[in-house]
Write a protein that binds this ligand. Structure first.
Ligand code: BTN
Length: 325
């Protein structure tokens, strides 16, 4: 969507009913033919625009696509998401954001795609990314923090996502599966992938990549995911506007990120523990050095999972994957 498309949309959205073609031409210094060309382009993007000879144009409906102008309608942040780039299809929003970050893009930039051809998950897994239904986005951060603390941002993002989902779908109960998944009713709703470029003690940039199953139909998941994954539509039977959820995430994340920058993870620990659904249960964690079995008893000050391994030994696992018992 280009600037002229956005300007025409803004005029139509402000107008109460029909806006004359003449009025749009004057306000945008554009010919009638050019206005008509943009209206056709907007219709092709899914906007319902009525046209009537003598009366002009009227905006009837907006598509459920996270176009930047749709996200901005709901955005209350100061920095995060103030610059948004949308693509109908990318290989991976995290990969593309990495390219922009290395060319100097600023903190807060958001890249959102309607679909991904090579969506990436943790541990070299793939992220199922069909078009038209879900959210796939990457947010660029440049925190003045120690590289060792950066993985905590996945937990903070998970917390923000839980709050955003509960804001957009009142009544739904979300849970965090350490370290970076959001679950609803025991199934995975969202995954978070944090990529970082850093030196020993200097973070150049962090890319927070989030995939959320929003309006995917329950029977649309590939066979290997049907019993493991869920979507907001599958849980509530309601369609959620992706742009609204996108903005809600940024609105929730910005203050949590601000507190993390100034005070670290400590202020978020109780909220994280309250949402961690594994706490109190026996779990097996796959780590780089093998499997560890224990009772999950909390989130440590550094963001690791606290495991009670018996005989008074509580270990903090900083990196690993909790296997489903
Ligand atoms: C996981 O659960 O393993 C993490 C999944 C993260 C998927 C998101 S979708 C947007 C962003 N771009 C990617 O390629 N991956 C992340």
């Amino acid at each position: 969507m280009n600037q002229a498309d956005e300007s025409i949309l803004a005029i139509l959205a402000d107008g109460n009913g029909f806006v004359s073609g003449e009025d749009i031409c004057v306000r945008l210094d554009m010919s009638r033919a050019a206005v008509w060309k943009h209206v056709k382009a907007l219709r092709a993007m899914g906007y319902g625009i009525d046209s009537s000879p003598g009366r002009g144009y009227r905006l009837l409906t907006a598509p459920d696509t996270p176009f930047p102008c749709e996200v901005r309608k709901f955005l209350t942040t100061e920095c995060l998401g103030r610059r948004v780039e949308y693509s109908a299809e990318v290989d991976s929003t995290n990969l593309q954001m990495g390219v922009r970050a290395r060319s100097g893009a600023e903190e807060g930039m958001l890249l959102v795609a309607d679909s991904q051809t090579s969506g990436r998950g943790r541990l070299a897994r793939k992220w199922y990314s069909p078009p038209g239904v879900n959210l796939y986005f990457s947010l660029l951060l440049r925190p003045g923090a120690s590289p060792a603390d950066v993985p905590q941002l996945a937990l903070v993002a998970g917390l923000a996502l839980c709050q955003a989902v509960e804001h957009c779908c009142p009544g739904i109960l979300t849970a965090i599966k350490w370290p970076n998944d959001v679950f609803v009713n025991g199934r995975k709703l969202s995954g978070i992938l944090c990529d970082m470029q850093a030196e020993a003690d200097l973070v150049h940039h962090v890319v927070i990549g989030v995939g959320v199953n929003v309006n995917a139909a329950p029977d649309s998941f590939p066979a290997e995911l049907t019993r493991k994954a869920t979507s907001l539509f599958a849980e509530t039977g309601r369609h959620i506007r992706r742009a609204r959820l996108m903005a809600a995430f940024l609105n929730e994340f910005e203050p949590l990120y601000g507190t993390w920058l100034t005070s670290g993870l400590a202020t978020h620990l109780s909220a994280l523990e309250a949402r961690s659904f594994q706490l109190g249960t026996q779990v097996t964690v796959a780590t780089g050095r093998g499997r560890i079995v224990g009772k999950a008893v909390g989130i440590g000050p550094g963001g690791g999972l606290l495991l009670d391994c018996g005989q008074g030994s509580v270990r903090e696992i900083v990196c690993g994957d909790v296997l489903t018992n």
